[in-house]
Design a protein around this ligand. Structure first.
Ligand code: KIV
Length: 268
């Protein structure tokens, strides 16, 4: 799968599915489930590494987990999902050269084929333009941008007309400079649907309503593995409780076997 295939999917109105993965087990499950794209999102900072925000995850950690994800796939290379990796906080905010080096390191040392970058301030636009010129496909990310949590929080974005117009302009700019798709997170449904209708590149929603070209979800949220899911991403199953119940059963079984008279006799 190539990044440009997502644009073809939009043209033929085929909904796009994107799920996150963080290691080889989650990658093999998501691949088997048939997702088009596997995102190694920096949400792994919170989901896997136990941080309060996505900010602490490093480029080295992103690479380490991306390599594990790629090792988890079972299908032949051509049939594997497209892998997109988040550029973590501070790997692209300090200038174009540093960003090219960071994105290049990810693509050079794993089979990730594209990076995702949050925001569209003028400095970020310069960085994305340079990456695309260097042959590195970029997925944009607007709306709730967790790397800016200290500025905007985790609340729904674009509640007023001015900020909706700003996001609209930013999305057009991201398309103009060559992004192959845009994630739009936790914004009013109406804004996402206007973007979907206006842009040629796919709009991938999370907490942005159904009228997008595709949806992205944090797999651990969908499976109910994280202690608390965001309001816009309810779990499909109570995975955490199911795991606890299964493991509790095993622990209880082991203890009861240890206490059984047969075991005691055989130990004597
Ligand atoms: O890091 C991540 O998992 C993401 C998704 C929420 C889109 O950016």
């Amino acid at each position: 799968m190539l990044p440009s295939d997502l644009i073809r999917f939009k043209e033929t109105r085929r909904p796009i599915t994107i799920l996150t993965a963080w290691d080889s087990v989650s990658a093999s499950i998501v691949e088997e489930a048939g997702a088009d794209v596997v995102l190694v999102g920096d949400s792994l900072a919170m989901v896997v590494l136990g941080h309060e925000t996505t900010l602490p995850v490093t480029l080295e950690q992103m690479l380490h987990h991306t390599q594990a994800v790629l090792r988890g796939f079972r299908k032949p290379l051509k049939k594997q999902p497209l892998v997109v990796c988040d550029l973590p906080f501070l790997s692209y905010q300090c200038g174009e050269d540093k960003a090219v080096e960071a994105a290049g390191t990810l693509l050079k040392n794993s089979y990730a084929a594209a990076v995702k970058i949050e925001g569209a301030e003028p400095e970020v636009i310069d960085v994305i333009e340079r990456l695309i010129r260097m042959g590195i496909p970029v997925m944009g990310h607007l709306g709730l941008t967790p790397q800016s949590v200290h500025r905007f929080g985790y609340r729904r974005q674009a509640e007023d007309k001015i900020s909706q117009e700003k996001i609209f302009r930013q999305a057009i700019e991201l398309e103009r400079i060559g992004c192959f798709s845009i994630v739009i997170e936790h914004v009013p449904e109406d804004l996402a649907s206007k973007l979907q209708a206006h842009l040629k590149i796919p709009i991938i929603g999370i907490g942005a309503g159904e009228k997008c070209d595709g949806q992205v979800r944090v797999t651990a949220d969908l499976l109910g593995l994280t202690p608390k899911q965001p309001p816009f991403s309810p779990p499909l199953i109570s995975g955490r409780q199911m795991c606890i119940d299964a493991l509790k059963g095993w622990v209880t079984q082991q203890r009861s076997q240890g206490e059984s008279p047969t075991t005691k006799t055989s130990e004597q």
